[in-house]
Design a protein around this ligand. Structure first.
Ligand code: GLU
Length: 284
């Protein structure tokens, strides 16, 4: 069964880039008798707002898209993410970290630390400050939890058989340059100090739970796909196929952001555009 999804975060209006992504995923599934899902990625409780969620549904309907009734909201699934975090903890792959953003900047940029700052999918690559601390038997509840990437990579026994190309970890039929992979991503946070789960973990758990066969999303998320395939491998989930599409840019070549109200679908709608106009504006 072909199953695709559009997974917006309700933190602002949908713009042309979102419309492009949603239409591609929708049309891909429908052309193959498959199913198109919408998932609300509202784990960031400081930024997610119900009013944006309603507007997203309204814009998608207006675009002529139809989706399966089974809508899931990440804010309602914390208990599932917690279970997976506990599993990774039991596997010895997580360690607690209390570093603040400033601590990380200071030590990543210190001359005795990283000689040159290294940026990965989550920004500045964590310099590993808390990795060597004492062994914790119980998971401390007042700390963020980071994935020990070097350990994680050694546990990924099946990665070379998986059907998704992972930059730096898989090429043709062998594992190559693991250290480059580890250094380019670093020990990412999977659970925050307030126990809020990180996007990388939630997305992997949800794509697996919903049986998503094809993840169709912007090429800005390509570096994150490396993390997702690694997590799928660690957790014993099969990896969906990934299709990364071009990004829709403004006249200056800048990627559209949620704050670019001028390119929001609702502003096109209020100027009298039709769904066909939106399709042609994004090159469909
Ligand atoms: N929620 C993410 C966003 O709005 C999309 C994540 C994904 O497609 O995997 O950017």
């Amino acid at each position: 069964m072909i199953r695709t999804r559009f997974a917006p975060s309700p933190t602002g209006p949908l713009h042309l880039g979102h419309a492009y992504s949603a239409i591609l995923a929708h049309d891909f599934a429908k052309a193959r008798n498959g199913q198109f899902l919408v998932r609300i990625e509202d784990i960031d409780r400081n930024r997610a707002r119900p009013k944006w969620e309603n507007r997203i549904f309204d814009d998608l309907k207006w675009l002529g898209l139809t989706w399966a009734n089974s809508i899931i909201r990440q804010s309602e699934r914390s208990f599932l993410y917690e279970k997976v975090i506990n599993k990774l903890w039991a596997m010895g792959l997580l360690y607690p970290c209390k570093c603040s953003r400033k601590d990380i900047i200071d030590s990543a940029l210190a001359p005795q630390g990283f000689s040159h700052a290294n940026y990965g999918p989550d920004g500045l690559v964590y310099p590993g400050t808390c990795r060597q601390q004492k062994i914790f038997v119980e998971r401390p509840l007042d700390s963020a939890l980071r994935l020990n990437m070097a350990k994680a990579v050694t546990k990924c026994v099946d990665i070379k058989n998986c059907n998704v190309e992972i930059t730096g970890l898989k090429k043709d039929n062998g594992i190559i340059n693991t250290s480059q992979f580890i250094d380019s991503i670093g020990d990412i946070v999977l659970s925050r100090r307030n126990k809020e789960v990180a996007y990388h973990l939630a997305v992997v758990v949800d794509d697996a739970a919903q049986g998503v066969s094809h993840v169709i999303r912007g090429s800005d998320l390509k570096p994150a796909t490396n993390i997702h395939v690694l997590l799928q491998n660690l957790l014993g989930y099969s990896s969906p196929a990934y299709i990364h599409h071009k990004l829709i840019r403004d006249a200056d070549g800048k990627r559209l952001a949620k704050r670019d109200d001028a390119k929001s679908i609702s502003s096109f709608r209020s100027q009298g555009a039709t769904p066909a106009d939106i399709r042609s504006l994004v090159g469909l």
